[in-house]
Design a protein around this ligand. Structure first.
Ligand code: AMP
Ligand code: MG
Length: 275
């Protein structure tokens, strides 16, 4: 793999604010400059080790929180990414929140209420498996609220995320971009594998039938809500090891730039001898 590629993963996949996104023209199956899966998996392993060290510093540093948003169609690999990228990281410094259909109590509040409560505190890395973006995705596709309600949400989400960023939350948003064909293979694999069957829901097929509507909704979310302070990244997700590598690499690059440091120890410790 070339050095140019290695140092360029963030800018390669970032949605530049104000640009148009055409998801159909973005390759979901690319594997970057790796010559083999073996090479890619080795790079991921290295990223994981770097992430473990960086997270330890980030936790001790205690100056900022990091919010990682994962979105994608069913089977795009939201769970798998969390498992593979974060394995080895100290669980004390990480929270994972999976957003399901809102409860009646959640529905009685504004849609950001449950989200804000789950935002990580300083020192923590918080991962959202689905997020407030469902409120402009599934909610829009299924007409759960009228258009004039969800149309306002893009701006509201940008304002909400700005408040978080201005209050020490670093935000990274990943859209795991899967192809229609690869989803078919993965759904079939869920049906065929007894240990994966529990993940299959007949509802997945109903959602699959709405693929184009979801693509349209995702396109708007990516275009309207990729901001300089909270960018979206479009991650090719057909090849699992590459998807994991890209997400890991972008988190590592971001943390390296922040360069968290262990706090200064108390003065005078040199003179202390424990007896
Ligand atoms: P899973 O991630 O497979 O466990 O499924 C969670 C389900 O909850 C998905 O079908 C989501 O679309 C749905 N969901 C998540 N957030 C919302 C929301 N705000 N409104 C309606 N459905 C949602
Ligand atoms: Mg599901």
């Amino acid at each position: 793999m070339t050095k140019a590629h290695k140092t360029d993963v963030r800018s390669r996949y970032k949605v530049l604010p104000g640009t148009t996104v055409d998801l159909k023209r973005i390759d979901t199956s690319e594997t970057g400059a790796f010559k083999s899966p073996k090479e890619g998996k080795k790079a991921l392993k290295k990223r994981r080790k770097q992430l473990r060290d960086l997270q330890e510093r980030f936790y001790a540093w205690n100056q900022k929180a990091m919010l990682i948003v994962l979105q994608g169609m069913d089977t795009a690999g939201k769970d798998g990414t969390i498992k593979h990228v974060m394995s080895g990281v100290n669980p004390q410094g990480v929270t994972v929140t999976s957003f399901k259909q809102p409860s009646s109590e959640e529905l009685a509040h504004d849609y950001l209420w449950r989200i804000h409560k789950a935002v990580p505190k300083r020192s923590m890395i918080g991962i959202f498996n689905r997020s407030h973006y469902e409120d402009v995705l599934v909610v829009r596709v299924h007409n759960l609220v009228p258009p004039e309600v969800w149309e306002r949400r893009y701006e509201q989400i940008n304002a909400f995320e700005k408040i978080l960023v201005e209050n020490d939350v670093i935000i990274l948003k990943f859209f795991l971009h899967l192809s229609y064909d690869e989803q078919a293979r993965r759904l079939q694999a869920r049906l065929d594998n007894p240990e994966k069957r529990w993940k299959f829901s007949a509802n997945d097929l109903k959602e699959r039938a709405l693929w184009d509507d979801y693509i349209a909704a995702y396109t708007d979310a990516l275009q309207k809500c990729s901001t300089p302070y909270a960018p979206w990244y479009i991650v090719p997700a057909d090849v699992k090891w590459y998807r994991n590598y890209v997400v890991g690499q972008i988190i590592v690059e971001t943390l390296e730039e922040i360069n968290p440091q262990f706090p200064e120890p108390e003065r005078g410790l040199d003179a202390i001898k424990i007896v």
